[in-house]
Design a protein around this ligand. Structure first.
Ligand SMILES: [Zn+2]
Length: 321
């Protein structure tokens, strides 16, 4: 059996940045798991030189009290290859073909490390969140789409090409669902990854909206659908019941493969705690091991505005230094 781990406290300061398509946020961590946020600026997405200048500007503005070689740890959208450092599937054109950490380290003259935001979320939950000190932590993102990251005994698993835990990119095997005695076909929509019918297209917040349109021919936001379901509104109840089945089935497979002690949910849908509780109940019917405690739980750093990216980066920065 795997042993729980305890993170060793390291007192050196680490700068942490969360880099998304809209903003670069900067903070400092004086202890793994703690981050003091400094400020943010819009992300210059088109130009590498302007991006470097924006990060340097934030460090100049807020970092004057720290030594010039204080490391910078980054949580970013996109997959970071541990073999080449290259960023894949990024929504920031300035990063295309860049080895983000190595190139930025050269420009800023300080150690820089970078990881995918879902990976950072999983690290944050394993060190300082709702899966603290658990041996096997699967962080799953139910945001715009579906993503994930894996932390085993406190170590982020960085798979080949930076891909680990990306359970959203595989086709839903089910072709139809029976709901309230009626059979509905499951739409097989093209995914950005090149496959057809990925869970990513139907399992996140946009997916919930696509399912609602498919089943009820209505445009509703994910929030309206979740609210409607909680208020007993039949159309929304139909959609949520379909969503629960479609997401729970691949998640049971993930649970059987990884044997996680916790599956911690991040992304916008994690704010819908009743929805995550319903998903947990649905998932726990399936695995070979019968979990007697909640398995699928909202993350402490989940949702929009949660700073799991920077907190995870604060852990990563120390592991890498
Ligand atoms: Zn896909």
């Amino acid at each position: 059996m795997t042993k729980p781990f305890t993170a060793a406290p390291v007192d050196a300061a680490v700068f942490c940045a969360d880099i998304g398509g809209s903003f670069i946020k900067l903070g400092v961590s004086r202890r793994a798991g703690d981050v003091e946020e400094f400020g943010k600026v819009p992300t210059p997405t088109a130009s590498w030189a302007e991006f470097v200048a924006a990060v340097q500007g934030l460090l100049n503005e807020f970092g004057g009290d720290f030594s010039a070689d204080t490391p910078l740890a980054i949580s970013t959208a996109g997959l970071v290859s541990p073999q080449t450092g290259e960023l894949l599937a990024t929504n920031i054109p300035a990063f295309t073909g860049r080895a983000l950490a190595a190139d930025l380290s050269r420009e800023l003259q300080r150690p820089v490390t970078a990881a995918n935001d879902a990976d950072c979320f999983a690290l944050a939950e394993a060190y300082a969140g709702n899966a603290q000190h658990q041996p096997i932590v699967a962080g799953i993102i139910l945001g715009t789409g579906v993503g994930g990251g894996l932390v085993i005994n406190g170590q982020l698993v960085r798979g080949h090409g930076g891909v680990t835990g990306e359970w959203g990119h595989g086709a839903i095997t089910r072709t139809e669902l029976t709901l309230n005695g009626k059979v509905y076909p499951i739409p097989r929509l093209p995914c950005g990854c090149g496959q057809l019918g990925c869970l990513d297209i139907l399992g996140g917040a946009r997916g919930l909206e696509r399912l609602h349109q498919h089943l009820n021919q209505q445009d509703r936001t994910s929030q309206q659908i979740v609210d409607g379901w909680q208020n007993g509104q039949p159309d929304s109840a139909l959609t949520v019941s379909a969503w629960l089945q479609l997401v729970a089935e691949p998640l049971v497979l993930l649970v059987n493969i990884l044997g996680p002690s916790r599956v911690v949910v991040g992304g916008g849908l994690a704010n819908a705690t009743a929805l995550i509780a319903a998903l947990d109940a649905q998932v726990r019917i399936g695995p070979l091991h019968k979990y007697t405690e909640p398995l699928v739980i909202p993350g402490k750093f989940a949702g929009n505005g949660g700073n799991g990216g920077m907190i995870g980066a604060s852990v990563l920065g120390r592991l890498a230094v």
